[in-house]
Design a protein around this ligand. Structure first.
Ligand SMILES: [Zn+2]
Length: 291
């Protein structure tokens, strides 16, 4: 909102009669997985915590996500957002498989255009995957780092618009910084994003296991680990950040690294309560998200 009161129309302005209505800025969801709109009712996963849920839902269904399914999921997810007043979404989409006969980014951007939504595509992916001890689960697709970077570069040249009124942006968003890519690759991703002039996004510290894994593998807490690898600053934001200690909250606030606070998802999975008010009190960047 730029001005309130008696505002004369300028040449080229479109005037809407909004008498009896309420004019409000559009809300923004800073972390979403639109494809999961098709996967909300998987019975075996109804009460599962994060790791089990990931195995039973996205990992069990990713190879059946055809173009129709993604289009429907995006349509449903975006319609839900618009009906609640949300006009911008950062969609963390991490399923880009060679076996798909369609381009997921094209489907998402076309659907957003159709509904008039601003879409920030946080282009996910991993170079390493988690192996499961059952044959009935096909691990989610991986790609070598150079391939991932080339594909992100293609998306940037096709879709990314850096202007303030932009409706289309691209962000580099590996699924998890602590195990989805190697530490060197994490650093390279940060360099590449800054060279391309785009942002960085990922999941961080959603559950206690996440913190435990990082301390055991990297001998650091997750926020310290990402800070050591160039993943802090005003061009970076993380989903969740539920399990933080005081030093981590201070790093986030000092560097302007954002939190996508996902209270409903954290509640549903029993992940915990993120210290969003603490980060906010220190002047940190807190936004709301659906996940
Ligand atoms: Zn997420």
């Amino acid at each position: 909102i730029a001005q309130i009161g008696d505002v004369p129309a300028l040449p080229g302005d479109r005037v809407l009669d909004a008498r009896g209505g309420v004019v409000t800025p559009g809300l923004i969801s800073t972390h979403h997985h639109l494809f999961q709109s098709m996967l909300k009712g998987v019975p075996s996963a109804i009460d599962a915590p994060l790791e089990t849920w990931l195995r039973l839902v996205p990992t069990s269904y990713w190879n059946r996500l055809d173009e129709d399914a993604l289009q429907t999921a995006a349509l449903v997810g975006m319609a839900e957002l618009l009906l609640s007043g949300c006009t911008t979404v950062a969609d963390h989409h991490y399923l880009f498989a060679d076996s798909y006969r369609y381009d997921p980014a094209a489907v998402l951007f076309e659907t957003a255009d159709r509904l008039g939504l601003r879409l920030v595509l946080a282009r996910g992916g991993t170079t390493r995957t988690r192996a499961f001890d059952t044959d009935d689960i096909l691990p989610t697709p991986t790609e070598p780092l150079d391939v991932m970077l080339r594909r992100v570069g293609d998306l940037v040249s096709r879709y990314h618009d850096p202007s303030p009124d932009s409706r289309r942006r691209i962000v580099i968003a590996p699924n998890t910084p602590t195990w989805g890519v190697t530490p060197d690759e994490l650093r390279e991703l940060a360099h590449a994003a800054r060279a391309m002039g785009i942002g960085l996004h990922s999941h961080l510290s959603e559950t206690g296991n996440y913190v435990r894994y990082c301390r055991e593998t990297h001998n650091m807490r997750p926020v310290q680990f990402v800070a050591e690898h160039g993943w802090t600053g005003p061009d970076v934001w993380f989903a969740h950040l539920v399990h933080l200690d005081h030093s981590e909250i201070a790093i986030l606030a000092e560097t302007g690294t954002g939190m996508a606070h996902c209270p409903q998802s954290n509640c549903r999975l029993g992940s915990g309560i993120a210290p969003a008010p603490d980060l906010d009190r220190l002047g940190g960047r807190v936004s709301l998200a659906v996940d």
